[in-house]
Write a protein that binds this ligand. Sequence first.
Ligand SMILES: *Cc1c(COP(=O)(O)O)cnc(C)c1O
Length: 357
Amino acid sequence: MSRFFTSRYRHLTPYQPGEQPCFNSFLKLNTNESPFPPTPQVQEAAREAAGKLHLYSDPECTALRQALARTYQLSPRQLLCGNGSDELLYLAFLAFCGEACPAVFPDITYGFYSVFAEMTRVPFRTVPLLPDFSIDLFHEDLDQGTIFLANPNAPTGLWIPPEQLRAFLERHSRQLVVVDEAYVDFAGESALGLLEQHANLLVIQTFSKSRSLAGGRLGFCAAHPDIIADLNTLRNSLNPYNVNRMTMAAGIASLSDPVSFSRNCQRICQIREACRHALEKLGFTVTASKANFLFASHPAVSGKKLYQQLKAQGILVRHFDQPRISSYIRITIGTQPQMDRLLDALETILLTRKESL
Ligand SMILES: *Cc1c(COP(=O)(O)O)cnc(C)c1O
């Protein structure tokens, strides 16, 4: 730390992303990227846009918002695009939380929420997950402040179905409810359909997971136009050209190919279910994840050991050294051959453990 660093941020602990090794010898199952590269059409669209990189990108993301509006049957006025959904989450903390309006979220959820709360200097409360890792939607601490729910939740993968979410939005109609749908395309119906009836809902989605564009950095959010206007006030005070040309073109091309998109989502879900089954056969406890990852623990080997021994075999998964979930590892769903390699490695770990007993 330099002597110039402001005292405001001296104690800030930044978000810890999963390891991004520079050598691609590792099998990366640790940051929930898609194993499928963008289609040739998406790549071509980005290349073509590169020819205009001497010009600023469209600060309104007009064409992309129109494409999103068509895809999700919304009005462009309900939509805002971001440099990854993380940027939109940050803007939401800035815009809708404060001294009188704390941020509220589950104690086990996406790690960025508490980082953003500290970064924006807003008070926050956490609501403990129930013993089965589900979110206690009737907890009294949810009755005040701006609520952040990842749905499906991370890293548990558990999913609140739309009927329950609808009832929750009604019970909390005086509060803003931010639903982070980073993994919704692997789960079920989006909360976007609830926007019409619920002016207190802000839905955030990303192109990073289901649309194979993690490196492009693209997210969007949808809400009542007044909520979008507030976010735009802050975005235009920070970075009006927040989405670059190549990413914008890639995003539009991705939306224009719903067939590849849903085929990839289906493939991931099929591989997830097969992998869940195989893990259970090896003695793992696996949550009912509806995301593109599985969250699993084994009675005989700690989460940390699993993580370390997989890494020694060239496979990266995510381990969270946190109370209640430290026995678990989070495994991103890759291709079937990749999952076969993971399962072989886990089998080896379990066997050598037995032999050493
Ligand atoms: C991956 C993820 C995001 C953010 O993704 P971006 O790459 O910034 O769009 C947001 N929320 C959750 C729960 C995630 O897992």
